[in-house]
Design a binder for this molecule. Structure first.
Ligand code: Z2T
Length: 833
């Protein structure tokens, strides 16, 4: 490539090469230049929004330089790369993260202050990039940060949704969904009109003969939609490595936009065609842990997968290697089953386009893919209807049939007497209509399958994928416990705590090597250190209390115990158990004498989270939380002893505000239902304790921090089946305290009780599938232990500090290194200067 450019030209370009700003003054120049030229504003009309835009553009220029170098270097080094395919990347805000990762925040803070702005106000102008629902999407974002920080050549591939997750408003206690216009100003993306891929849907399959007279299969005659790449730079922390997140946007393919109609006056008709194409990347499906099963969702999946694979294959082909080396150059990780069609698409490219024999092609495919499972909930396991697949992707369905046939033949040879086995493991479920079990296809097409926490990885082997362990052996199945990036979730969200830790450990190395937190332990008895630690917690609580007052009008005493549950609202996560517990607490307080009340630990119960728009029960839970807040918060008897707050529109940037303010956070899913949970890690890393069930990563957190530092409650996963059975046969008496809570709701204390009928009956006639009544009394007793422990301020501080010191394991970096070694077989690159 170098040699093709004349020496003179090369020198000219080198001499003129853009360079990064250095120091405060150059930073300020860049900001002012952008405000005055890019935005055409001046000091007379530069508001916070313009200051944000100027700062973001200055930082963006800096990122782009490292980004270009990284990409050139990755091409030059020509080593194996990893591609993380995820329908969700819950990135949150970029500016603060960019400043911190490139270590220019102090310069920017001072520089922007001299121009008349507070850096916090500037940062708060940014819209979240909310291209995800919850844990799965945020995990993908943490992984990108880890990949870049560790200098792995790793790209993300996703969809550029016009509308990310909806904005939640609370109106009269109910959730109302409002569109999120996040793209109105987004300096962090770069359209690549030259990177365009045509993607076909529908059409028909026919047999043909090529020039040598060989039979070939052609898929043609379908509708073509164009994918346009938008690239987002992903800077690593304290490294020049800046990786790429490539998001695809849909538009009509050239020629598909019907100029015939346009010219004959059917303008509206032609616009309709255009809109049909644009609809593909228009909106994120707002379901967390529920499969929608809609045709448009399947179109999104294929559109994204086809564009990404085309891009990956094109990059590979530029190296002129034989196809057999594809898995030595490319690792593709499937974030859940959403991108499973990538397996079929690669097989299609290899056999239909590259004319590689089936077996050779299949070997390449399985060596390339790894599949991560994120749930065992049956309603979340994707099953696509065969007639829909036949209609939308006829050639892919044929290939799936062949994959299934060869697989079942192998199984039949292994288990000749077990006919039932074949029906159980077939990709096709014999229902009406037939459906494709995407998880089975993902397992069959990958070389490694992993769960996201130990318990979850064990459960999938013992339950939903049991037969596949018998077929492939246990080594195909692994565990990679989730992790979080300490850059965003400690350094960015909780700068004071990060600074205090750095002052003791002698610098910020721990942000790259989180196990260094162990070195905090010698300071555990240091009075001054403990005082500073608890003072930081208090200041984070004051920051949150102020936000709550400004946004809801509710005043929360910062000295109260902050009890926080923020996550998607879902029956399995059991926010209902939490709010029932709050009602029980309220009833107890009401029954107390004023003397007794003096001994009570004041508590602020803080909730946040979105319900899927069509999930009625989840919406009812939100309604109940708000109704309880209405009653409790204005009860003069109760005062500061209990406050109930629902924070609107929980998202990544709110999480950064809320998590550092927690004393205790709740992770109380029915045992065996929460695959991992990742906010549990974020809360503990920020010096909060947790109350939780023996589920997901709570178990490993307990192992790391010690069971004296966590409040565990409830039944174990192994008991769940039996308990559910007993409920179905009416053998369970409802817990009397839960009965009293339900009676209070039914009395109308929290407004029209008919609103909550479904919620109450889910516990009774609904067989209490999530076992609230089985865990309720354990939950209440454990909450009493929390109060007790909180009274001992010193003991509490010791628990918090010891826990933080033990959190090294939960860094996304550890997690990425495990994927790299065990699944991807990729090595880091030496970062460019
Ligand atoms: C999701 O956020 C999770 C699992 C899903 O399964 C779908 C979505 Cl949108 C299809 C979550 C899990 O519920 C959570 O336990 C886990 O920590 C997270 O994925 C990341 O693995």
């Amino acid at each position: 490539v170098e040699a093709s450019i004349p020496q003179q030209l090369r020198e000219a370009w080198r001499k003129l090469a853009a360079c990064e700003f250095q120091g405060k003054e150059q930073f300020q120049r860049e900001v002012v230049r952008h405000v005055e030229t890019t935005l055409a504003r001046s000091m007379y009309n530069c508001d916070d929004a313009a200051a944000y835009a100027g700062t973001a553009l200055a930082l963006r220029d800096k990122l782009v330089i490292g980004w270009n170098k990284t990409q050139q270097n990755q091409t030059l080094q020509d080593q194996k790369r990893v591609y993380y395919l995820s329908l969700e990347f819950l990135m949150g805000r970029a500016l603060d993260n960019a400043m911190l990762n490139t270590q220019v925040k102090d310069v920017a803070r001072d520089g922007i202050a001299e121009l008349g702005f507070r850096i916090e106000d500037v940062i708060n102008q940014e819209h979240d990039a909310a291209l995800g629902n919850g844990g799965l999407g945020r995990l993908a974002a943490c992984f990108l940060d880890g990949l870049a920080t560790l200098n792995y050549p790793g790209w993300g591939y996703g969809l550029r949704y016009r509308y990310g997750i909806f904005k939640q408003e609370i109106v009269d206690g109910y959730q109302v969904e409002v569109p999120d216009y996040w793209l109105d100003f987004n300096p962090w993306e770069f359209p690549r009109p030259d990177v365009a891929v045509d993607v076909m849907f529908y059409g028909y399959v026919k047999k043909d003969t090529d020039s040598d007279g060989k039979t070939i299969i052609v898929w043609e005659g379908g509708e073509i939609v164009q994918a346009i790449a938008y690239d987002v730079p992903v800077p690593g922390f304290d490294t020049s490595t800046t990786n790429n997140l490539r998001l695809w946007s849909s538009k009509p393919a050239s020629g598909e936009f019907d100029f015939q109609k346009f010219n004959s006056g059917d303008y509206e008709g032609s616009i309709r065609d255009q809109q049909r194409a644009e609809t593909i990347s228009a909106v994120l499906y707002p379901n967390d842990n529920i499969s929608a099963g809609k045709e448009l969702r399947l179109k999104q999946q294929y559109f994204w997968v086809a564009a990404s694979l085309h891009d990956i294959v094109r990059r590979f082909k530029k190296t002129h290697r034989p196809w057999s080396q594809f898995p030595d150059q490319v690792a593709i990780q499937l974030n859940d089953t959403h991108p499973t069609l990538a397996i079929v698409e690669l097989q299609r490219i290899l056999i239909d386009v590259e004319h590689i024999p089936w077996d050779q092609a299949w070997e390449i495919v399985t060596a390339t893919f790894g599949y991560t499972n994120h749930t065992v909930l049956p309603e979340a396991l994707e099953k696509w209807s065969v007639p829909l697949m036949q209609h939308l992707l006829p050639r892919h369905l044929q290939i799936i049939y062949d994959i299934n046939l060869f697989f079942l033949q192998k199984v039949e040879r292994m288990f000749p007497k077990d006919r039932e086995m074949l029906t159980r493991v077939s990709i096709i479920e014999e229902s009406q209509p037939q459906v494709l079990r995407m998880a089975y296809l993902a397992i069959i097409g990958s070389h490694k399958v992993n769960g996201v926490a130990e318990l979850h990885s064990d459960l999938i082997k013992a339950t939903i994928f049991k037969d596949f362990v018998a077929i492939y052996g246990p080594d195909k199945f692994a565990n990679v416990t989730n992790g979080i990036t300490p850059r965003r979730w400690l350094h960015q969200a909780n700068p004071k705590l990060s600074d205090l830790i750095a002052s003791k450990l002698g610098g910020y190395e721990f942000l790259k090597e989180l196990s260094q937190l162990e070195r905090l332990r010698p300071f555990i008895d240091d009075k001054e250190f403990r005082r500073e630690w608890m003072e930081i917690k208090l200041s984070n609580k004051i920051r949150l209390a102020k936000y709550i007052r400004d946004t809801t009008g509710i005043s929360v005493n910062p000295h109260a115990l902050f009890d926080i549950q923020v996550k998607r609202i879902h029956e399995y996560k059991r926010q209902q158990m939490n709010i029932f517990g709050v009602i029980d607490r309220y009833l107890n307080l009401k029954a107390m004498t004023s003397e007794e009340r003096k001994k009570v630990v004041p508590r602020a119960s803080i909730f946040g989270g979105k319900a899927a728009p069509g999930y009625w029960m989840a919406k009812t839970i939100i309604r109940l939380i708000n109704a309880v807040g209405e009653v409790v918060n204005k009860d003069k008897d109760i005062g500061d002893l209990l406050k109930v707050v629902f924070i609107e529109d929980y998202n990544v940037s709110k999480a950064e505000l809320i998590i550092p303010a927690s004393d205790i956070s709740e992770h109380i899913s029915t045992a065996g239902t929460e695959a991992s949970g990742t906010s549990n890690m974020k809360f503990v890393l920020n010096g909060g304790l947790i109350i939780g069930t023996c589920d997901g990563a709570n178990i490993e957190i307990t192992r790391e921090i010690g069971d004296e530092n966590i409040f565990l409650l409830g039944n174990l996963a192994e008991d769940v089946e039996d308990l559910r059975h007993r409920h179905r046969y009416g053998q369970v008496e409802m817990d009397p305290k839960l009965r009293a809570v339900c009676d209070e709701i039914e009395k109308g204390t929290f407004g029209d009780p008919s609103v909550y009928e479904g919620l109450i009956s889910s516990l009774t006639t609904g067989c209490d599938y999530y076992l609230v009544s089985d865990d309720f009394s354990s939950y209440l007793t454990t909450q009493d232990l929390v109060d007790e422990a909180y009274r001992d301020k010193d003991g509490w501080a010791t628990k918090c500090i010891n826990s933080v010191a033990s959190m090294g394991f939960f860094s996304a970096d550890r997690c990425i290194n495990e994927y790299a070694d065990m699944i991807w077989n990729v090595e880091p690159l030496v970062p460019v200067k």
